[in-house]
Design a protein around this ligand. Structure first.
Ligand SMILES: CC(C)(COP(=O)(O)OP(=O)(O)OC[C@H]1O[C@@H](n2cnc3c(N)ncnc32)[C@H](O)[C@@H]1OP(=O)(O)O)[C@@H](O)C(=O)NCCC(=O)NCCS
Length: 168
């Protein structure tokens, strides 16, 4: 079998600069929120990275809002590696990580709803996540004209996902 050499693993503090490098092009487009190297170094445990040998070619982060609600955020794949399933693998790995940390509901706000829907997420009203709106949306340049779609994986859908998806 021809297995991908790209491994998805927990980020280390020293990956912070590479993570910022991946996120940076999408900040002015309003696709991901701005994150500093310092912040990511401090919060590196929230991040997973896709490693292709010594290079980091993708990343995704989780945020724990408490009460079993976790968000998938900061999802980016290097353009040279896009379109081959790596973004989906990162989301799968993030869901497994969230579930292992006690998540009962995993949500994302995204302009790429198909990617999440293919993995079993269903579209919901953004108002379901007031915590997110208060903490992040206030800082977003698109706060008054938000074009993101909210999706969630929860309950039996989340349990099925965890049963069906093996290791990344
Ligand atoms: C969005 C993003 C993370 C997707 O990464 P990716 O590695 O291209 O993701 P995938 O390959 O899993 O899926 C992308 C498309 O490739 C196709 N695809 C999936 N697996 C594939 C495979 N094995 N072979 C070929 N194509 C495949 C799918 O049709 C998918 O299209 P869809 O999402 O419209 O349904 C990446 O394009 C990116 O970094 N974009 C800029 C930042 C961004 O938009 N982030 C999302 C914020 S939520």
């Amino acid at each position: 079998m021809n297995e991908s050499p790209i491994r998805i693993v927990a980020a280390a503090a020293e990956d912070a600069e590479a993570i910022v490098g991946l996120l940076q092009p999408y900040v002015p487009l309003g696709i991901v929120l701005p994150r500093t190297v310092e912040e990511i170094r401090r919060r590196h445990a929230d991040f997973l990275v896709a490693r292709d040998g010594g290079r980091i070619v993708g990343t995704v982060a989780l945020r724990d809002f408490g009460a079993g609600l976790h968000e998938i955020r900061s999802l980016v794949v290097d353009v040279a590696h896009a379109g081959h399933g790596l973004g989906s693998r990162l989301v799968e790995a993030a869901v497994r990580e969230a579930a292992a940390n006690g998540a009962g509901r995993v949500f994302a706000l995204t302009l790429r709803p198909h990617l999440f829907a293919r993995l079993g997420f269903r579209q919901v009203d953004m108002d379901l996540f007031p915590q997110k709106v208060w903490l992040d949306c206030a800082k977003c340049p698109k706060r008054d004209c938000c074009d993101e779609i909210a999706l969630i994986l929860e309950g039996e859908d989340l349990a099925r996902f965890v049963r069906e998806h093996g290791r990344s």
